[in-house]
Design a protein around this ligand. Sequence first.
Ligand SMILES: Nc1ncnc2c1ncn2[C@@H]1O[C@H](COP(=O)(O)OP(=O)(O)OP(=O)(O)O)[C@@H](O)[C@H]1O
Length: 346
Amino acid sequence: MLQEADVRTIIGKLKDPFLHKTLAELEAIEEIKINPEKGHVSVKVGIAKTGTGEQLNLQQQIVSLLKEAGAASVGLRFTDLPKEKAVSFTEETNESILSGQNKTTFIAIASGKGGVGKSTVSVNLSIALARLGKKVGLIDADIYGFSVPDMMGITKRPEVYGEKVIPVERFGVKVISMGFFVEDNSPVIWRGPMLGKMLNNFFHDVEWGELDYLLLDLPPGTGDIALDVHSALPACKEIIVSTPHPTAAFVAARAGAMALKTDHEIIGVIENMAYFESKITGEKEYVFGKGGGEKLAEELKVPILGKIPLQQPDWNENDFAPSVYNADHPIGQIYSEIAMKVADLI
Ligand SMILES: Nc1ncnc2c1ncn2[C@@H]1O[C@H](COP(=O)(O)OP(=O)(O)OP(=O)(O)O)[C@@H](O)[C@H]1O
């Protein structure tokens, strides 16, 4: 039968998912109890942040390692690691999502002008990728026009451990927004250099953990602010959102040109508000015109990743997220298809 020292050695090698230090180094194994008759091992472990997907992963690892080593059953409890301990380690680790070791793909979502649904697309594409089992983060980089927390129904603020900010998790997506750092929805009045600094903080000071994709909701348009943000970003794959009106597509093509000039790679176009489909007759009406998506895709020499009709999400009184489409909503299904295409492309 397993002894306490064996259990300590086996799970001591596993790492805290946020602090990237072993549980032994963190002295995070708080209690081990063994019942030799039943072969039951129960363990209490402290981690930097409980109640997350990372905790679930760690839990599975601990259970399978202990069972492999001979435990008949395993009981696990997680507690929050004392804050002082977590702080001292976050200051030491200083790993960034931009460091070469991780394999995160950055996907920027851009548009030629405001109001075409860029943020709605960023939110729902992130959630659709998470529903596919991908590890996803979302930066609301629309610094002046941030709307992501509200769209996703986020009411919490991120926790801060020493120098590190832990993103808020919602619908399986880790989210950071300028909106978390301003009081009472007040306007942001910073200019150029401050803006770059803020974005830098989003990359360096946020504890993203392991991510497959980090999506960025960019500011709309092709003006100074969009250009500043484009230039401040690491190399991204980029998706351009446009409505079907030929003029909207014409403006969106300029956003595409700006992406290319700032060394980002455009992977596709999403046509939003593509049509209205009557629930009664099934007839499609092209309220905002037709053909813009094709024109834009042709001009940028990329595929159309999807066409999203006009329709609101189903609002849920208990879990209100005004812009999130459920997985079984017709538009939620379109987002799943787009997410699969994106995952195939990258
Ligand atoms: N397919 C759709 N059907 C119905 N309403 C939509 C659709 N897509 C977006 N909307 C609505 O259109 C409005 C603008 O969308 P959103 O804020 O996502 O645009 P945006 O391009 O990010 O704007 P900006 O960059 O100016 O903030 C929102 O009220 C949103 O709910």
